[in-house]
Each structure stands twice: as C-alpha cells, then as structure tokens.
Design a protein around this ligand. Structure first.
Ligand SMILES: [Zn+2]
Length: 152
C-alpha cells in the first residue's frame, strides 16, 4: 500500500501485530465493511480509542481515571471530591463510593481501557475448582472405603 507523505513509520511489538492481525481477520469475516488494509484497520482502531476518550471527557467531565492496581481502579469524582474505588466483587464491578454495582462510576470504568487490567480473581476460581476436586476425591474415597468394608 503506498504511504502518503503525512504517514509516519512507527515500531509495533511483534506480539501486538499478531494480535491485531488476528482481530482484523476475525472482524473482516464478520463484517465486510471492515477496512481491507491491515494498516488502515489499525489506524481506525486507534482513532476510535481517541474518539472514545474525547466522548468520555464530554460525557463525564467531572470524572477522571487516577490509577489502577491489580484489583482496583481509582476514579476521581470532582463533584463529590472523592475517589471511587472500583473492584471485582461477586464477579461484578463494584463501586466502593456508592456501594453499588450500577452507578455512574461503574459506567465510566467500563468505558476505560484500564478496566481490562483488573484481574478477575483467578485464585478464587482456581480455589473453587480445587475445592470441587477435593470434594469429588473425598466422595470417591468414601465409596472405595465402603466398598472395601462391604467386601470384608
Ligand atoms: Zn459509584
């Protein structure tokens, strides 16, 4: 594809290009109007992100993302002059400020890219699987024991 004089070369990580190419292919399969050029697709994707940021600034000018840890997203509310802490609880996003699963801070958090940095508690899921596994093991062992006893 010919580059226009206003184009600029940038370096992308190989792994990112691979992910982007997969996304582009999948989206082209679903929607024929997706840009037929990979470069054009990436440009549109980045432009969409910038537009979303602009939209958020208009939609919620009094909210701002202040930071993020592994399990909490911090959103400054300038109206309340307080920080809303958003984290996963019962597999849903929860706002500590409103004690709500459906407040404006949650809507805002959902629109930020960093929401994806919040880890769904893998440990809890793993522990549940582990506990289920242990339960099955116990039941199986009990049956075995009973069988052994009944055979005696
Ligand atoms: Zn809230």
């Amino acid at each position: 594809m010919p580059r226009s004089s206003s184009a600029e070369l940038i370096t992308l990580r190989v792994s990112i290009v691979k992910e982007l190419r997969n996304k582009w292919k999948k989206e082209r399969e679903r929607n024929p109007y997706v840009n037929e050029h990979f470069g054009g697709f990436v440009n549109e994707l980045l432009h969409d992100i910038l537009e979303k940021d602009e939209f958020l600034r208009h939609y919620a000018p009094f909210l701002s993302e202040e930071g993020c840890t592994r399990d909490t997203l911090y959103i400054k509310d300038f109206k309340e002059n307080k920080i809303a802490e958003i984290h996963f609880s019962e597999n849903k996003l929860h706002c500590s400020l409103c004690d709500s699963f459906a407040c404006f801070h949650i809507q805002f958090a959902m629109a930020t890219p960093r929401v994806a940095k919040l880890n769904l508690d893998q440990k809890t899921i793993d522990n549940e699987i582990e506990e289920d596994g242990q339960q099955v093991k116990k039941i199986t062992n009990n049956k075995r024991r009973r069988n052994t006893i009944s055979r005696i």
